[in-house]
Design a protein around this ligand. Structure first.
Ligand SMILES: CC(C)(COP(=O)(O)OP(=O)(O)OC[C@H]1O[C@@H](n2cnc3c(N)ncnc32)[C@H](O)[C@@H]1OP(=O)(O)O)[C@@H](O)C(=O)NCCC(=O)NCCS
Length: 162
């Protein structure tokens, strides 16, 4: 059964592959100016990272038919964990429940993979909005740091029979 996530206005929040139609809108996603210390100034940087490295996969966040954000994920074979990165909701779309819904969708998407036992991500310790969101979603500190960022993890429960 597929549940859909919605934002506070009732728009359906979905994650979509970046394609010929939506890549410009995804590339233009930008945080607020004062958030540039936490994330790239434009999602275009994350799109390039996904295209260049073959490690990350970028996804557009859509509210109904409008591109409102960017997220990306990767699998770390060495550590055996999935990672989430590049979480940005467009400045004008923040505070409406998009970030929470997009994260719920991405967690659901990754959790469906049979080898997904743990999802990790990192955030700047001063990024209190992100910290609140991730804590509310169940992420807990690992004690690790990536550069100057706190690494948190979410354990994905597996069906013992599955
Ligand atoms: C962090 C971010 C993705 C959240 O997206 P959003 O759509 O604004 O968040 P939501 O409206 O879904 O709010 C979800 C929760 O986040 C927290 N939150 C989000 N922004 C916040 C802020 N400025 N201050 C305090 N809490 C905040 C709240 O706990 C909120 O909980 P609530 O639903 O009980 O109100 C968005 O603010 C963003 O793009 N920020 C800039 C980029 C960034 O910092 N990304 C994370 C990098 S690790």
């Amino acid at each position: 059964m597929d549940e859909a996530s919605t934002d506070r206005a009732g728009r359906t929040i979905a994650l979509r592959a970046v394609d010929d139609d939506n890549w410009r809108a995804v590339a233009d996603i930008a945080p607020r100016d004062e958030q540039r210390g936490f994330v790239a100034a434009l999602a275009a940087r994350y799109l390039l990272l996904s295209m260049r490295g073959g490690l990350w996969t970028s996804l557009g966040v859509l509210a109904d038919d409008t591109v409102v954000g960017h997220v990306m994920w990767a699998y770390d074979e060495e550590g055996g964990a999935y990672w989430i990165g590049g979480v940005v909701v467009d400045a004008d779309e923040q505070g409406r429940g998009v970030g929470r819904a997009a994260m719920e969708e991405l967690i659901r998407l990754l959790s469906r993979r049979p080898d997904c036992r743990e999802i990790r991500l990192s955030y700047h310790p001063d990024n209190s909005g992100a910290a609140k969101l991730y804590t509310a979603l169940g992420f807990t500190p690992t004690g690790d740091f990536e550069d100057d960022e706190v690494v948190v993890a979410l354990t994905v429960p597996r069906d013992p029979a599955g």
